[in-house]
Design a protein around this ligand. Structure first.
Ligand code: HEM
Length: 228
C-alpha cells in the first residue's frame, strides 16, 4: 500500500510504494530497496565495507545542511589560518577586519545550522560502523558545535574591550559588548580564544582526515552524504 512517510533526514519525502520503508528521492536515485533487502544477508557476508556501501550511498544531508556545512567550513579554515598568521602577514595583508567579520558570520550561521539540525535530524550513521567510531564521530560533531559558538563569542568579547572598529565587512558597525579593558572576562576571553582557536584547528585536521579515510579507504559513501 502506498503512503507518505515522515522526513527523518532533512530530505523531501516522497510517496512510497514499499509498505513500511521510508523512501526519499535520494533513496530512489540510488536504488536502496534491493540494497536494503540484500542487507539481510550482510552478517553472513561478513564484509564490513560492502555492507557500508550497500547502505550509505542512499541518504544525504539536505541541501540547506550541506550549504551551511561547506560555507561554515570555508570561513573557519580562513579564520584559523588568518588568526595564526595575522602577525606574520602584518600590514601586507591586514587580515583582522576580515577575521572578525567572518567570525561573527560563523556564529550566526551556526545558530541557523543548529536550528536546522534540530528540525531536520542528520541521516543515521552506517549501522556497520563500529560503536567506538560512532561515538567518536558524535563527540567530534558536538565539540565542533561548542567551538563554533564559544570561539567567535570569546573573540567578540575580546574585541569589545579594544578601540578598533568592529564592522561587518565594512558595511555596517557590529555592536560591542559592554566590557572594559583589564576585566577578568577580557583576559579569560583572550586566553580562551587563542587556545580554543588552535584546538579547533587540530580538530578540523582530525575531521578532514576521518572524512578522507571514509572516502578513499573504507569507500563507504559517508563523505558523499555531505557533498551531494
Ligand atoms: C570560528 C571563528 C573563529 C576562529 C576559528 C578563530 C580563530 C583564531 C585563531 C586560531 C587565532 C590565533 C590565536 C593564537 O595564535 O593565539 C585568533 C586570533 C584572534 N581572533 Fe579569532 N577566531 C574566530 C572568530 C573571531 C571573532 C568573531 C573575533 C572578533 C570579533 C576574533 C578576533 C580575534 C583577534 C582580535 C585575534 C588576535 C588575538 C591576539 O592577537 O591576541 N576572532 N582567532
Amino acid at each position: 500500500m502506498s503512503r507518505i512517510l515522515p522526513d527523518m533526514t532533512g530530505c523531501e519525502p516522497t510517496e512510497s510504494i514499499f509498505d513500511g520503508w521510508p523512501v526519499f528521492p535520494e533513496v530512489m536515485e540510488h536504488k536502496i530497496v534491493p540494497a536494503v533487502r540484500q542487507g539481510e544477508g550482510r552478517k553472513k557476508a561478513g564484509n564490513r565495507n560492502e555492507a557500508r556501501m550497500i547502505e550509505d550511498h542512499t541518504v544525504r544531508y539536505s541541501q540547506v545542511a550541506r550549504w551551511l556545512h561547506w560555507t561554515i567550513a570555508l570561513l573557519v579554515i580562513f579564520n584559523i589560518v588568518g588568526g595564526i598568521f595575522h602577525d606574520a602577514l602584518g600590514k601586507a595583508f591586514p587580515v583582522m577586519p576580515l577575521h572578525k567579520a567572518a567570525g561573527i558570520t560563523i556564529l550566526f550561521l551556526t545558530l541557523a545550522r543548529i536550528a536546522w539540525r534540530l528540525s531536520h535530524p542528520a541521516p543515521p550513521l552506517p549501522s556497520a560502523m563500529p560503536a567506538w567510531e560512532k561515538l567518536a564521530a558524535n563527540a567530534t560533531h558536538f565539540a565542533f558545535y561548542a567551538l563554533l559558538l564559544i570561539v567567535p563569542l570569546t573573540g567578540w568579547v575580546m574585541t569589545s574591550a579594544g578601540d578598533r572598529p568592529l564592522t561587518w565587512f565594512w558595511l555596517f558597525d557590529i555592536p560591542k559588548f559592554a566590557v572594559t579593558k583589564g576585566e577578568a572576562v577580557v583576559d579569560i576571553s583572550r586566553g580562551g580564544h587563542g587556545v580554543l582557536g588552535l584546538l579547533f584547528g587540530l580538530l578540523a585536521l582530525l575531521h578532514i582526515g576521518a572524512a578522507l579515510r571514509h572516502h578513499f579507504v573504507l569507500k563507504d559513501g559517508v563523505l558523499r552524504r555531505m557533498t551531494g
